[in-house]
Design a protein around this ligand. Sequence first.
Ligand code: IVH
Length: 684
Amino acid sequence: MTRAKLPSSLGQEDARRRVDELRREIERHRRLYYVEARPEISDPEYDALERELRALEEKFPALDDPHSPTHRVGGEPIEGFETVAHSEPMLSLDNSFSEEELREFDARLRRLVGDAVSYVVELKIDGLGVALRYDGEGRLARAVTRGDGLRGDDVTANVRTIRSLPLLVEPTGFAFEVRGEVYMPRPALERLNARREEAGEEAFANPRNAAAGSIRLLDPRVVAGRGLRAFVYALHASAEQHARLPKTHDGTLAWLAERGFPVNPHHRTCHSVEEILKFSRECEAKRASLDYDVDGVVAKLDEHRLREEAGSTSKHPRWAVAHKFAAQRATTVLRKIVVQVGRTGALTPVAELEPVGLAGSTVSRATLHNEDEIARKDVREGDTVVLEKGGDVIPKVVAVVEEKRRKGARRFRMPERCPTCGAEVYRPEGEAVRRCVGAACPAKLRNALLHFARRNAMDIEGLGPSLVDQLMEKGMVASAASLYSLRFEELAALERMGEKSARNLLAQIEKSKRNGLARLLFALGVRHVGERAAELLAQRFGSLDAVASAQREDIEKIYELGPAVAESIAHFFADKENRKVIEEIRCAGVSLEKPKEEGAVAARTLEGKTFVLTGTLASMTREEAKREIERRGGRVTSAVTKKTGCVVAGAEPGSKLEKAKALGVEIADEKEFLRMVGREADSG
Ligand code: IVH
């Protein structure tokens, strides 16, 4: 990032004026861009404003303020979330799936509050409900997820990174709570899923999972890159303040929009079921052109006084209803049914389609689940099929248009042999899937390698699908064990690789040797041994050899594990090929043991002290330095504040060092730091 140039003569008072002006400007442009969708300046111009503000705040730490837009990403990874009780329960909505159900809702409500009802109808956003607390000075003080409706997780640090939400609004003089929906726009989800697949991680099935998964990440810096957005639709305050707040929902939305909150533009006042249905149909027609997923409209009684009269059940308010849209459908030609082979050899049929527009994106693949499903619907290659997109990213084939079937189309039959390696497939009794038994099946190997390298397995960053494909094509890998004998020259010679990436990859592979037993067990891909089971096995047995020679009864005795795991482990370690791979892994120096409890070994000499690392250390990576601090009870954060205990400054330190000096925080150079963590420098 380039730093903004400041006039060297700038005094604190001028700086204060400029800082105020910049914060107002940035807030105005944030609002124009995210709330009103009519930006006046380009992204680089906006970035330049933020850069100038950041430079001023760094030069004049007294002007810094945690609520400044430069601190959207406070940047301190956290250990976990605090659970917080909601001031009022966050209820869910009753659903209506038909015109009839909507009429019943309306009639019931009229019986409760009389005939003079008017509704505000808005979009139902497919995301995750949150409650945002603003204090009397207009500062975003706390953000909590809906949770079970009574209590949720405090996700303030993550919600602050959402740029469509204001961190600071015009002070009201009293605290209030705004409720709304955090969501992931479709383009952001597509980008995220592409990245995850490239990294060998599982894609998010739908935008709701993606939003919920992102808001629960422990590192706000990662959340900031996820492109989350929000819409708000409710306002709460203590009873004493009610007189100062709008009396209607329409008024509330206007109140929120005036203060720079993101209010969804698609809402309308309706006076009858007919009007609601008309608006609902209009929204449904617009659905694909929105860049976020919606699954219906919500009709809400406008008048707050009448809402009180109607009241709520324990689950939902009686004054609102979600009128659901029908699942979106499209018709296209199924070109081919391809059968994919997974890591465990499972054969999965997938439909390859004539590309067709559906729900705002172009679809060329759909799931067919398994062979029984194909048989039940009698799906054949060349058929015209009906696709349906529910809440999930990948649509499913729901029916065949039989009139359009071409003559001679043959019933689909699952292959008798593996489509990749030609080995036999078998379908165990009572299971819906066939599996390839081929020990050397390339499809199994490919997926096994990707699984091995996954972040929660051996965490080998950079080993994604395209690299695995190259390694396999060149015959450089025969099993996960081969990764440990890859050589620099052959890696560097690969396409799109180069020396730097080769070196990084080897460093990642080297690092993975120290992951310990639990991750290794999970990475090996034993059927039924997920992350949790691997952890339990590692705890109980302590070494891979002990797991391999464990009696089935001993495994079954572990609470949470059962005969399926025991059987699968016995099977895995009885296999000659698997034993060979493990021997190779052992010879490569991969740890097959449960790591010793590190914290217990090191004295907790840094207990409670907060560190900030800046610049590069010659003797260890940032990760290692962090581990050393944490082993001794210290904490590493990324922003320097008055509360920081010590700033460790390596070579070429950044502005954090200056900030530490300005705040009078203790500063340690590398030598001093090494002494603190008991790793005296080798030579003077
Ligand atoms: S109003 C008491 N309005 O849908 C009523 N909810 O099952 C509170 N949602 O938990 C909700 N869009 O997270 C409301 N325009 C909208 C909404 C909306 C999405 C979510 C919300 C709620 C769930 C209801």
